[in-house]
Ligand binder design. Sequence first.
Ligand code: B12
Ligand code: SF4
Length: 478
Amino acid sequence: MIQHSEPRGTGRLRIALISPKGPLYRHRGGIFGQSLRYMPLTLPTLAALMPNDVDAEIVCLDEGIQDVDPLIDVDLVGMTVITGTATRAYALAAQFRKRNIPVVLGGPHVTLIPEDAQPHAEAIVVGYAEETWPQLLRDFARGEMQPRYDQAPDLDLAVSPLPDRNLLPRWRYLTPHVFEATRGCIHNCDFCVVPTAWGRTPLQKPTAHIVEDLRRMKSRKAIFVDLNIIADKAYARELFTALTPLNIQWFGLATTLLCDDLPLLDLAAESGCRGLLMGLESISPRNLRQSRKGFNRPEDYARVVERLHERRIALQGCFVFGLDGDEPDVFEKTAQFAVDTAIDLPRFAIVTPFPGTPLYQRMEREGRILTRNWERYDGQHVVFQPARMSVAELERGTEHAWKHAYSWRNIARRLRHTAAPLHIAIVTNYGYRRYAHNLHKFYTCDWMTEMPRLRLPLRQASSKASAHAVALTVRGTE
Ligand code: B12
Ligand code: SF4
């Protein structure tokens, strides 16, 4: 066990911030090919929070684009953890701790189940870290780091600095123009980590900060990673109004409710919105009600697509399979529905009961959780006993849905109505078709057995499939 009773001395601290790889997001063999990678915001956000009164040098390492050298010489390691990367994060942490380098873990998984992460780190940071991370760093510099830091609920994002994107190699990403305006969501879908981890009060950055960041970055195209950019409609109106004079194109995530509010939808289109990811989840109202997402109305989905397309906004519509009402015929029906309604890019995931969520708790009570191997909690593996089909049926059916929606014939049918520029729609559909036909290759967890290697030069991003594809790949499981 590492002792922290000693102050760190007067030398400059070296801190490594690491985003560990997962089965899907890794630079060799993952689904996020170079052309689809955009710069993550977590590490730049944490880097910018470095307090002025701590003399430290930060190195940011994203295992999605490069290998991490486990022999790196630093005083402290901070790692961001989602459930699918927890296994890798814990393995890396063990290597650092063996060399007496203290490890701090934070992020969604740590926030959902702190007790899982605590044994793998000298300190954990639960919740957002705008106040606790600087506090931890000061404590560490004094030799007084605590085992756990919890963000107080009254956090105000107005005081947070703009992300520092200079610490990641821009050229290894298709785009560094990634932004965040809000956090959290007002809804309470039972499978979603957001209300469980961060509560239901959305936090917002002042729109002037977003505009300043976009100007500073000279962005022409921007990706917003907010999970529901219209969670607070008054704020959304203010944001879209502020974006309009910038004359940019932007891509983000919202709920179908945007299409019920035509003035807001018009404003989004005027402000440059060109693509949205929406969690449609299911074509069964019963499934949606059970998931507490009854505000999604499958009978309106065709109208949602139509209204978006009328305003030149492309839709990535995400569906999940394995909800309790799903029977073996759900796959073909859903995929055909996606084709008939001309969703630009349909995506299909297997419902994942992320630990801590109401869905996980229910499944656990019902004795249906099949594995706690977090590596498989990635929206692509079956980790629970489905209600009305076997595990194999759920796996095979999901693959069938992908192949059906991305058959040449069905691609052609959807392309006839697409809101995206045709060349981009063709490239992205082709990419997803390739994905659909290689699911087994992409979904493997065999990377864990790869020996860690030093950073290798990578080919520079070349695809012009552009931010459309990228933006529309922000999240697979909403
Ligand atoms: C961008 C994004 C991606 C990108 C890039 C990921 C990346 N490396 O950045 C891509 C497209 C690759 C991706 C993929 C996936 N993602 Co994703 N993604 C996001 C998204 C939309 C934004 C993340 C972000 O930049 N947030 C902004 C930063 C500033 O916030 P933050 O990361 O939460 O960090 C704050 C705190 O959490 C804390 N913190 C975080 N880490 C650390 C570390 C330390 C040391 C400290 C002190 C503090 C700290 O401090 C920060 C400041 O407050 C989030 C949802 C969201 N809005 O958060 C989902 C999210 C993280 N993804 C999720 C999932 C499920 C996935 C996929 C499995 C989906 C899929 N099936 O394809 C894959 C898996 C990828 C993999 N690693 O294998 C889930 C994670 C749930 C969970 N329990 O695991 C989320 C929460 C979305 C959701 N569905 O609810 N994702
Ligand atoms: S699934 Fe979407 S709408 Fe539901 S709580 Fe999560 S972010 Fe909000």
